[in-house]
Design a protein around this ligand. Structure first.
Ligand SMILES: NC(=O)C1=CN([C@@H]2O[C@H](COP(=O)(O)OP(=O)(O)OC[C@H]3O[C@@H](n4cnc5c(N)ncnc54)[C@H](OP(=O)(O)O)[C@@H]3O)[C@@H](O)[C@H]2O)C=CC1
Ligand SMILES: O=C(O)CCC(=O)C(=O)O
Ligand SMILES: [Mg+2]
Length: 730
């Protein structure tokens, strides 16, 4: 197969940015003979693919990721919650695609089949397929230097701040975990034996490999209810905002259920009184208020129920709001408050979130499961005690994350069950022996996770090589008192002996202690690699970047694929839905494409290696230097109308990149090819910037949300005739 770079078309802000940036990338790459192709893995395209209406690009890339030829630049994509999925289906239907409605409660085999198709698109359905390697995420030196020179504000917590984390600590996933390491290949099954002696097979065949860690645990529904009742009462009595923080997208089975429990607990009286009416109307607490409230219009007593919700909102603890102008609460949409980005935003903002009136206040951050809540508790207590972290002086906490082959919790969806009736869940091996068992009650959420051996070995190797290459101490964030971690620690200590660790500082600390240790070093200006499992990989790569450099958009995010290829993720954050709103309202896109710039450098380097194409390496080097100039000259999009936005930032990157290519001496032909362009862009800088600024300030029509109109988006995202001419003629 000829070498090529695959640049992904995704969703929301990164997709819009692609319309402006990719023409530049493709034009420059072509001059160096580098093939750049695109594949559409947007939620819209993935829905269409399920029904044979589009190519299965994700399936294709998933296969590619398992080969040495892979060279994929992966932009952030929507991990759709059910309300988003329904909205996307509706938009596609309105555009003429014959798609069935999302069956909320499938009752026929046909509906089951439709539901199964949609469930393949739901939640975090892209990343786990492409991530056939472990994760290396860090803030590049140039980004740290920029942050030190232009520090953003991490606000102090107020005197006597009441902001705190509430977490269960008992009867939850963390405390109920049991774990085993398999001695040999096997096929497991998961069976529920009910109190009446009957059995229900929850999963018939779970193939496992020798050396694989399998764990299982449960969240006990009755205790979750008691915990939530307490947390709600506490927020009320302390008069702080109540906010829930989950990862309903990546934990796409368990967390929407937990979200539903919180909605029901917060509006207990409403559900006690009208629960049956809501259920009959197909209005599920798991989808949030944003779906329930509009759905009430169709009910005969809808107005009465709406009034009951409003009165509960007025009389309960104050709820935090995602967007108070639009009346969107923390309990509106399960994907609106995603823990990895939302808690760091709270910490950055002095422990405050926003209430109904748009004013900010201290917050009780509710994180039901205690597996990782301690990390955030430790950060919040540290900032309360020692003051905000100062981006001008602090060190950095890069991450090496165990992620390959759907490791740990993020691969648990097909093994997560809301228990239908009381009994015992058992994980059995082929010989019928019980490996793990839990007594369960109806409503408990039981789940199993798998962690394969090869990924663990690769992760340890990556940690050692990162520690050595960057001369930085590394800490494995593992808790020996947690069942899964205890199994993992055995492997880590074994695999560490396979490497030369002479002179390296490598520790194993529990997540709480690792947080405290890393924070102390951070405050001293020292760097510490966090070597973590899959969930803390996700959390830490937003937490530390947001505190250190203001956003996770500026991260270098590499996934060295185990088969030898490369997956280059752009930044460590998401697809920024708020940015699309701003573009549509004001024709201003504040998306920062630094993540894309950073990802392309190793992607071109990889291409140079894959295709034995030295020119690609020249492209990479020039882009790297151009990005440094871009940062020095502060060309990232501002936040305010009338400043350079995403489109202007692409012009500047393209301009500096062309200058670097024209100036380099490694490849004279390439230098000659870029000379004219560099001159044209320099001569027209003012004109181009003027053309780009001129369009701002009025609504922009992109012809859709999930499947915007390509022509319209092109027109919006490429408004400078002068720039277009220079690039297209090149
Ligand atoms: N790799 C992936 O594919 C990921 C996908 N997601 C998905 O993204 C969606 C949104 O998730 P959410 O939790 O809201 O997190 P986001 O990271 O999309 O947004 C949080 C905030 O971070 C800031 N931000 C993030 N990226 C950029 C950028 N490149 N330039 C400028 N600002 C940026 C914005 O802040 P401000 O508006 O204040 O400028 C934004 O509102 C969800 O569908 C989620 O599942 C989430 C994480 C990773
Ligand atoms: O896949 C997703 O939904 C989000 C991924 C994410 O947040 C991350 O990897 O940091
Ligand atoms: Mg994340």
């Amino acid at each position: 197969m000829a070498a090529r770079i695959i640049y992904t078309h995704t969703d929301e802000a990164p997709l819009l940015a692609t319309y402006s940036f990719l023409p530049i990338v493709s034009a420059y790459a072509a001059k160096a003979g580098v093939e750049v192709e695109t594949r559409d893995i947007s939620v819209a395209s993935r829905i269409l693919a399920q029904f044979g209406l589009a190519d299965d690009a994700l399936g294709e890339l998933g296969e590619l990721a398992k080969t040495p030829e892979a060279n994929i630049v992966k932009l952030p994509n929507i991990s759709a919650s059910v309300p988003q999925l329904k909205a996307a289906i509706k938009e596609l239907q309105e555009k003429g695609y014959e798609l069935p409605d999302y069956p909320e409660a499938p009752s026929t085999p046909e509906e089951e089949e439709i539901r199964a198709k949609y469930d393949k698109v739901k939640g975090s359905a892209v990343n786990p397929v492409l991530r056939e390697g472990n994760s290396d995420r860090r803030a590049p030196g140039s980004v740290k230097a920029y942050a030190k020179a232009h520090p953003h504000t991490n606000k102090p917590f107020g005197e006597g701040s009441k902001t705190a984390v509430a977490t269960m600590g008992e009867h939850d996933f963390k405390s109920n975990e049991k774990s085993v390491t398999l001695a040999a290949d096997d096929t497991l099954s998961i069976v529920l034996e009910k109190a009446d002696g009957s059995t229900e097979t929850l999963l018939a065949e779970l193939p496992v490999l020798a050396g694989e860690i399998v764990d299982a645990t449960k969240m006990e529904a009755a205790h979750l209810h008691a915990f939530l009742a307490n947390a709600i009462a506490k927020a009320k009595s302390e008069d702080v905002l109540f906010s829930l923080h989950l990862k309903a997208t990546m934990m796409k089975v368990s967390d929407p259920i937990i979200f539903g429990h919180v909605v029901k607990a917060f509006f207990k009286d409403v559900f006690d009184k009208y629960g049956d009416d809501l259920a009959k109307a197909g209005l599920s607490a798991n989808d949030g208020l944003g779906s329930i409230l509009p759905g009430l219009d169709a009910l005969s007593n809808g107005a009465e129920i709406k009034a009951a919700f409003e009165s509960a909102l007025a009389n309960g603890p104050r709820l935090s709001y995602v967007n108070s102008d639009k009346g969107i609460t923390n309990l509106h949409v399960p994907s609106d408050v995603i823990i990895d980005a939302s808690i760091p935003a709270l910490v950055r903002n002095g422990g405050k979130l926003w209430g109904a009136d748009g004013g900010e206040d201290d917050t009780l951050a509710v994180i039901p499961d205690s597996s990782y809540a301690g990390v955030y508790e430790t950060v919040i207590e540290d900032v309360k005690k020692n003051g905000p972290l100062d981006p001008a002086t602090i060190g950095t906490v890069p991450n090496v994350g165990l992620m390959a082959q759907k490791a740990e919790e993020y691969g648990s969806h097909d093994k997560t069950f809301e228990i239908s009736s009381a009994g015992t869940v058992r994980v059995l091996n082929k010989a019928g022996e019980v490996l793990i068992e839990h007594d369960v009650e109806a409503g408990d959420i039981w789940r199993a996770c798998q962690t394969k051996d090869i990924p663990v070995r690769d992760w340890v190797k990556l940690a050692v090589s990162r520690a050595r290459d960057s001369k930085t101490p590394a800490v494995f964030w593992l808790d020996e008192s947690r069942a899964h971690d205890a199994e993992l620690i055995k492997k880590v200590t074994t695999y560490l002996t396979e490497h030369d660790t002479e002179g390296l500082e490598i520790k194993i600390l529990s997540p709480d202690l690792a947080t405290a240790y890393s924070l102390e070093r951070l405050r001293n200006g020292e760097d510490t690699i966090s070597v973590t499992g899959n969930v803390l990989r996700d959390y830490n790569t937003d937490l530390f970047p947001i505190l250190e450099v203001g956003t996770s958009a500026k991260m270098l995010s590499i996934v060295p694929l185990i088969a030898g290829g490369g997956l280059f993720e752009t930044g460590a954050g998401g697809s920024a839905p708020k940015h699309v709103q701003q573009l549509v309202e004001q024709d201003y896109l504040r998306w920062d494409s630094l993540g894309e710039f950073f990802a392309l450098v190793p992607s071109f380097e990889k291409y140079a290696e894959q295709a034995s194409a030295p020119a690609a390496k020249v492209l990479a080097g020039a882009l790297d230097r151009a990005t440094a100039t871009f940062l020095e000259n502060d060309r990232s999009p501002g936040r305010k109308l009338g400043t350079t936005d995403n489109r202007g930032s692409h012009f500047y990157l393209g301009f500096y990149w062309a200058q670097e290519l024209a100036a380099q001496t490694e490849d004279a032909e390439l230098a000659a090819a870029f000379k004219g362009l560099a001159e044209t862009l320099a001569a027209n800088e003012d004109k181009i910037v003027e053309e780009l600024l001129a369009v701002q300030g009025k609504p922009a029509d992109i012809g859709g949300y999930y499947l915007p109109d390509a022509e319209k988006v092109t027109a919006v995202m490429r408004p400078s005739a002068t720039l277009n001419e220079a690039i297209d003629a090149f």
